[in-house]
Structures are given as structure tokens and as C-alpha cells.
Design a protein around this ligand. Structure first.
Ligand code: G3P
Length: 476
């Protein structure tokens, strides 16, 4: 209704009985965006109860039929790409081109996940493959749904990272309670609505909005919640402690390091580092958040990085600028505090520090050392630290001291070196001669250490949202 958006409970869009709403504002000029509902605990109960009840029938719906619905949701997303992209642009300040690509990427992900869901296979074991056993038992191993999945995505991909949870959950035979990020809530609601209008039965997909600080704990500790699929920041560590014996799929940020060896193609490395560090203003878990440059090539690399950084367009998302305002003032203040801490401790700003409201101009900070917070923390903003190291061993040693382990990248022309370094870096994925990235979305995506639990990627997400079960046939 106008600029006011509702909850989706048991197949119906409803206003919250709380009478409380939250009105968002754009990250770039603070103008009001959309008004969302602040759901009550009773409404969260209804969402879970409807989901639990509906899941009993949904799991019996033929796989081809489930796939048909997920494909239909993809079609609906494509049909509404401009509308949803506008919502993303306004809610989270992503430029139009990237917002459009987020929606289309989500549609592709739904299509691929629908196909992958059809290929879920079981296993058959025979008893006499074990020493001394007669052939009188057959063990049928299959994957079964978990039940109700709480799908909670972050602000930076409010459509895509909600879809990457809902699509595999549904293909696996689960139902969902979707909790949108407060900034990004309407984009997440559009995503949920695509499944609703695609023909998902009432209760299979429900949507809740509200402040995480008020309803977050209630959502993640709900007795009817059977799986938490969460992407976000450090708060995920708290969620993991609070939730009791529930399967989880979590992606909680990163401090992806780009290790540049002395034999690297420095133009390639600089290009990947700049796009990796500054696209969507550094607000990606997989952004390059630290450059570890071997001393002998560091001057030349840094010069190339700075040249390319200067060429980035900075400004309004509607003008398709590469660097736009970060999500809110607290985020901008935090990134600024990391940069200033580094400067006070002796790091060098290679570009002038400029900030207008939440818009931070891209900044390369050289000669960062381990006394500085910028060496360890993720700015989630267009602030790129460069640390100079003696050699690639020292680079790997430092990367492995970081508490995150999402991705890392190695730039070298020597394939043996690439393989050896990759095997030594503790992270879910190592990119050789390329920037960190989650996609394409059928690739394995996961964090080691504090970066997460369980894997994503179409096939692995379905696995994470199912459990194994066996039936043993005892033959006469
Ligand atoms: O920050 C979320 C993370 O999943 C990044 O995705 O596609 O930007 O590498 P992507």
C-alpha cells in the first residue's frame, strides 16, 4: 500500500498488530524510503506455526512441481527487475547496474537451484561389504528436509542472499520464515513475494520484518526453528551461541587478503585489487580487505593500485558510480575510525581522505602494520590497507593470523607457487590471479574460522538444509 509494506503470514500480506512501523532512509541523502512493519512475537509464532504446518505437505509435493514453482519465481523476478532494482538502490545505495545484476543473478540462481534440487541423490549400501557380514541387509540412505528454515540475509544483497537461502530450502522440502534486514527489508519482501506469487502454498514462505535488536533473539531461539541460514556480521557468532543444536549455515564476513608475489602480473593484480576492494564501496564479505605486497614489487604495485583507484567514479548510485555512500553513519564512522587509527600510528594515506555524509571517497592506506586496527578488522567501506611483507611466506603467515577465513587471493605467474601457497592459506576459497568472489553461484562458497559454518553454492546449500536418514531393509 503506497510506500508501506506488510508481513507475509500464512499466505496473506498483513499489517502488524503492533501498530509499530519503521521508516527507512536512503544511505546517500537520508530521504525516507519505505515503511515496514515491526512484527510482534505473536506474529513470529504465527509465521513459525504456519511454516511448520505447511511444511508437512510441502515436503510431499513432487520434486518436479517444486522445481516448477522455483523456476516461476525466477521468471517473476526477471519480469520485475527494474522495480526491485529501484528498491535495492534506494534502500541500500547500490548503483543501478549492480542492483539490476543482483536481481538477475538471483533469478539465475533460482533456476539453477531448481535443477540441482532434482539431482539430489541417495545411496544404497549392502551389508556384506563390511568384513564378516552376510548379505542380508540393505541400507537406503537419503536426504530429508530439516523442517522450518529461518532465512536471514544481510543488507548488501537483500534480494540475492535471501533468494540463495529460500530457493534451496524449498527444493529440499523445507518451509521458510524470511527475516529481511532492516535496510533491505523491502527488497527481501519482493523476493519472498516472488515465491508467493509463483504458487508456493500458503504458509510455506512467511516474511517477518522488525529490528533485529528487538526480535532477533526470539527468531533464532524459536522452538519451531529447525535451521538457521544467516549471512551477516559478527552478530552471527552470538546467534550461533544462542541457538541450541540447530543446523546452521552461516557466512559472517571476511578479511580477504590479496597476496602479491614478486613474479606477479602487476597490472592484473592492481586491476583485481581495485575492483575487489571498491565495488559496492567495499561492502562485500568477499571484498579485498588487505593487500599483502612483497617488498620488492610493493612500490610498483601500489602506484598501479592508486592510479586505478583515482579513476573510480564516486557519487550517486543513480549515476552508476562505482563508489557510493556506505549503508549508514555508524558504518562510515567506523571505517573512518579505522583509517584514522592507522594514520596516527604511522600509515600513509595515498589519496586525500574525503568524506561527505556517508560517502567516503576510496582510500588506499599504505605501510599498515600489525599495531593498527586496519590490519585486522574489516572496514566494510572503500578503505584499502596495504601491508608490505618480506616475502610470500610472511604474507601467508599474517593472513593465517586473521580471525576470518572466507577467501584469499594469490597473484603469481608460477602455478606451483600458486598451488603451494593456496594449500597453506586457511580460508574457504583461494582465488589464483583473480579477486575474491562468491559467484558463479554454483561454486562452493564457505568461510573457515570466524567466517562461517557450513557451505553455500546451489548443491551445498541444499545439502546444508537437509539431513541424512537411512532405512535398513532386513532380508530373510
Ligand atoms: O557479502 C556477501 C558475499 O556473499 C559476497 O558476495 O558476490 O559479492 O562475492 P559476492
Amino acid at each position: 500500500e503506497g510506500n508501506t509494506y506488510f508481513l507475509l503470514l500464512n499466505g496473506k500480506f498483513v499489517q502488524s498488530e503492533s501498530g509499530k512501523t519503521i521508516t527507512g532512509e536512503t544511505p546517500f541523502d537520508g530521504t525516507p524510503t519505505y515503511t515496514i512493519q515491526a512484527a510482534t512475537k505473536a506474529e513470529i509464532d504465527r509465521a513459525y506455526e504456519s511454516a511448520a504446518l505447511a511444511q508437512r505437505s510441502w515436503r510431499q509435493v513432487a520434486l518436479w512441481k517444486r522445481a516448477e514453482i522455483v523456476h516461476k519465481a525466477a521468471t517473476i523476478l526477471r519480469e520485475h527487475v527494474d522495480e526491485i532494482a529501484t528498491v535495492i538502490l534506494r534502500e541500500v545505495g547500490k548503483n543501478r547496474k549492480s542492483a539490476v545484476s543482483e536481481v538477475l543473478r538471483t533469478a539465475d540462481l533460482c533456476d539453477y537451484t531448481a535443477e540441482e534440487g532434482l539431482r539430489m541423490e541417495g545411496q544404497l549400501l549392502v551389508s556384506d561389504s563390511y568384513p564378516g557380514q552376510p548379505r542380508n541387509k540393505l541400507c537406503l540412505v537419503q536426504r530429508v528436509p530439516l523442517g522450518v528454515v529461518l532465512a536471514q540475509g544481510p543488507f548488501n544483497y537483500p534480494c540475492n542472499l535471501t533468494g540463495s537461502k529460500v530457493a534451496p530450502a524449498l527444493m529440499a522440502g523445507n518451509s521458510c520464515v524470511v527475516k529481511g534486514p532492516t535496510q533491505g527489508a523491502v527488497a527481501a519482501l519482493y523476493l519472498t513475494a516472488a515465491f508467493h506469487f509463483a504458487g508456493v502454498p500458503a504458509g510455506v514462505v512467511n516474511y517477518i520484518s522488525g529490528r533485529g535488536s528487538e526480535i532477533g533473539d526470539y527468531l533464532v531461539t524459536h522452538p519451531l526453528c529447525n535451521c538457521i541460514s544467516f549471512t551477516g556480521g559478527n552478530i552471527g557468532l552470538e546467534v550461533a551461541k544462542k541457538a541450541h543444536m540447530i543446523p546452521m549455515q552461516m557466512e559472517l564476513g571476511g578479511k580477504d587478503a590479496a597476496i602479491v608475489c614478486d613474479d606477479a602480473d602487476l597490472d592484473l593484480a592492481a586491476k583485481c585489487i581495485v575492483s575487489g576492494a571498491f565495488s559496492y564501496s567495499g561492502q562485500r564479505c568477499t571484498a579485498v580487505k588487505l593487500v599483502l605486497a612483497v617488498e620488492s614489487i610493493a612500490d610498483e604495485l601500489v602506484q598501479k593500485v592508486v592510479e586505478r583507484t583515482r579513476a573510480l567514479t564516486v557519487g550517486h548510485p543513480e549515476d552508476d558510480c562505482e563508489v557510493t555512500a556506505v549503508i549508514n553513519k555508524a558504518a562510515a564512522d567506523y571505517a573512518e575510525s579505522l583509517a584514522m587509527d592507522a594514520k596516527e600510528k604511522g600509515a600513509k594515506f595515498l589519496l586525500e581522505y574525503r568524506r561527505e555524509g556517508n560517502l567516503i571517497h576510496p582510500l588506499v592506506v599504505d605501510r599498515v602494520d600489525e599495531s593498527m586496527k586496519l590490519a585486522w578488522e574489516e572496514p566494510f567501506a572503500p578503505v584499502l590497507p596495504v601491508m608490505r611483507v618480506k616475502d610470500e611466506r610472511a604474507a601467508v603467515a599474517f593472513a593465517n593470523r586473521l580471525r576470518y577465513g572466507l577467501q584469499g587471493c594469490v597473484f603469481t605467474r608460477d602455478v606451483n607457487r600458486a598451488i603451494m601457497l593456496s594449500s597453506e592459506i586457511t580460508a574457504g576459497t583461494i582465488q589464483v590471479n583473480g579477486a575474491p568472489a562468491r559467484g558463479p553461484d554454483h561454486f562452493l562458497f564457505l568461510g573457515h574460522k570466524d567466517s562461517g559454518i557450513n557451505a553455500q553454492g546451489a548443491k551445498w546449500s541444499i545439502e546444508a538444509m537437509t539431513k541424512l536418514k537411512s532405512v535398513v531393509i532386513n532380508l530373510p
